[in-house]
Ligand binder design. Structure first.
Ligand code: ADP
Ligand code: MG
Length: 152
């Protein structure tokens, strides 16, 4: 794996970063970590919109997962904060979602699904200090290299 960090000074930066992500990461399993209010759902919203989703992106806080069909691509946005136990993911059909290599799965609070979730292709960690966010990416070397190329 390779690593990349970037600063998100404001929501516009998050928007721009999501647009780059959408050009590189269009399938696979992505863990999206960070405290409440860090900007995980906001990043996902801009990412899905950049992939071509029109309309709202609701936080799946209560539903645990929101599915999207964007063109021919299936995207599943999870928020596992309220998951009681990892095996509930099995009941939700996570195996089927994971098996389709062309699916994109974005998972907030992946720690709640430990043991059931597969190894991620990418981990995005957002940390917040005062009003500045830092985003750290660890994952597939090809993806990180492509993103680095877009940032410089
Ligand atoms: P999480 O899903 O991590 O709990 P949300 O995305 O729901 O967080 O909320 C983040 C909040 O912070 C939103 O109200 C958003 O408008 C605000 N915000 C301020 N600056 C940023 C930024 N740089 N990136 C993302 N969100 C930001
Ligand atoms: Mg959220």
């Amino acid at each position: 794996t390779a690593e990349l960090t970037s600063t998100l000074q404001n929501e516009q930066d998050t928007h721009d970063f999501a647009q780059k992500l959408a050009q590189v990461v269009t399938s696979g399993l992505v863990f999206l970590a960070g405290d409440l209010g860090a900007g995980k759902t906001t990043l996902t919203r801009y990412w899905l919109q950049a992939l071509g989703h029109q309309g709202v992106v609701k936080s799946p806080t209560y539903t645990l997962v929101e599915p999207y069909q964007i063109g021919s691509r299936s995207v599943f946005h999870f928020d596992l904060y309220r998951l009681q136990a990892p095996y509930e993911l099995e009941l939700m059909g996570i195996r089927d979602y994971l098996e389709q290599a062309q699916n994109l799965l974005i998972v907030e609070w992946p720690s709640k699904g430990e043991g059931v979730l597969a190894e991620p292709d990418l981990v995005i960690h957002i940390t917040q200090e005062n009003d500045i966010r830092y985003v750290q990416l660890v994952g597939k070397v090809t993806w990180i290299q492509q993103l680095e190329g877009m940032m410089s």
